[in-house]
Design a protein around this ligand. Structure first.
Ligand SMILES: *Cc1c(COP(=O)(O)O)cnc(C)c1O
Length: 400
């Protein structure tokens, strides 16, 4: 491959661009994970990550991709044949359901159109019917990365409580943590699943289970087999700053740096920044005359935008052209959205000018691919970003 000058633009909704500070923090010798220096590092990250989840409880860190943390959440809390209620918000919800089936659970899928978040009313109605309490958990994806639609988790908690149902609430925040607001304790979430390579700005390779008290209690009687994923072993070792097996030491250096960066910016500012970029991106899409896949403005994702192409235009061809001409990677359409949408990631280590460059690449690429658009997207986004941060930005945060 010939050398390509300048930075590659990795604008897929994860993995995201890894900031230089994080890369430098990881560029160190790997140390003895049973020695005193490691213990200091582990204690720091295990404590420092809790506020990012909005929890005062334990957060378990696995050397694994997000999929591993999905599995960990289920095997630690459930027993063979247990029913779990899941919502078909998109491809990631479908993959989590398939994983639950393979583990010998009985997932029930509330159908969805892949353009909305999970339907709290449907969840409440289904739980209210379940008088025997055979459903043991409700599992939702907070930010459905395949569609750019957010599930409003407090509404799901209210649905469970409204039905007077004891099911655990498990939430996949793999592409929302560190980019859109999430408050585990305040929102009454029992298990939170997350990954390193999206809002947390790290390379792939770490994933997380934040564990609430009710989930911990369930883990004492849950009977699905678990070995590598066992919370008990992790929590016992973590209490003294250790891991039961070799941790991903260098990624933990990166995590320490990423937590410091989020703290320095301030979580409110991080969320406000993502809200502005989400809003500017959607305005650009509308100015082009294209459609955002998510249909409910109250569920718009500030982490990514899925853009629908007019019929007769192949989104993957447009993506390939943009990669070739402008060295910009966009997200592909997943599952049944293949070829019909492309996704713009605007999460992680990102600023106004990175967004304008990204939208510039998309606008030029759409034009070159012959997709009929108005060449007004970048200009519209620039106007949006030229406004001072306003009450509207703060409203957008609350809506998320
Ligand atoms: C990326 C992603 C996953 C999958 O995580 P992996 O790290 O690829 O295993 C699951 N859920 C959501 C919402 C995601 O964005």
């Amino acid at each position: 491959m010939p050398h390509r000058a300048g930075r590659h633009f990795l604008q897929i909704p994860g993995p995201t661009n890894v900031p230089d500070r994080v890369l430098r923090a990881m560029d160190r010798p790997t140390i003895d994970h049973r020695g005193p220096d490691f213990q200091v590092l582990a204690r720091e990250v295990l404590a420092g990550i809790r506020p990012i989840f909005g929890t005062s409880g334990p957060v378990i860190i696995y050397p694994a991709s997000g999929t591993g943390a999905w599995e960990a959440a289920l095997v630690n809390t459930l027993s063979p044949g247990d029913k779990v209620l899941m919502a078909e918000t998109g491809q990631f919800a479908a993959l989590w359901k398939r994983l639950a089936e393979r583990l010998g659970l009985q997932p029930e899928f509330l159908p969805g159109d892949w353009r909305h978040g999970a339907d709290a009313g449907a969840i409440q109605a289904r739980l209210a019917e379940d008088r025997e309490h055979t459903i043991k958990a409700v599992c939702v994806v907070h930010n459905e990365t395949s569609t750019g639609a957010v599930t409003r988790v407090p509404l799901i908690r209210a649905a469970i409580d409204g039905a007077g149902h004891p099911a655990l609430l498990m939430v996949d925040t793999i592409s929302s943590l560190g980019s859109i607001p999430f408050q585990m304790d305040d929102w009454g979430v029992d298990v939170t699943i997350a990954g390193s390579q999206k809002g947390l700005m790290l390379p792939p390779g770490l994933s997380f289970n934040a564990v609430g008290e009710r989930a911990l209690a369930a883990s004492r009687t849950a009977r699905l087999p678990r070995a590598y994923w066992a919370w008990e072993d992790m929590l016992k070792s973590n209490a003294d700053g250790w891991f039961p097996f070799t941790p991903a030491t260098n990624l933990l250096y990166g995590l320490r740096e990423a937590i410091a960066m989020l703290q320095e910016e301030g979580m409110e500012q991080v969320f406000a920044r993502h809200a502005r970029h989400g809003d500017a991106t959607r305005r650009a899409v509308q100015a082009w005359g294209l459609e955002v896949l998510c249909v409910d403005p109250a569920e718009y994702s500030n982490a990514l935008t899925a853009v629908m192409l007019p019929s007769g235009h192949d989104a993957d061809r447009v993506r390939a052209l943009i990669l070739d001409r402008f060295d910009l990677s966009l997200g592909t359409g997943l599952g049944k959205l293949a070829g019909r949408v492309f996704r713009i990631g605007h999460l992680g280590d990102f600023n106004d000018l990175s967004l304008i460059a990204t939208l510039g690449g998309v606008e030029m690429g759409l034009g070159l691919a012959g997709v009929p658009i108005r060449r007004e997207g970048v200009r519209t986004a620039m106007e949006r970003l030229s406004e001072p941060a306003t009450a509207a930005d703060r409203m957008a945060i609350r809506a998320a």
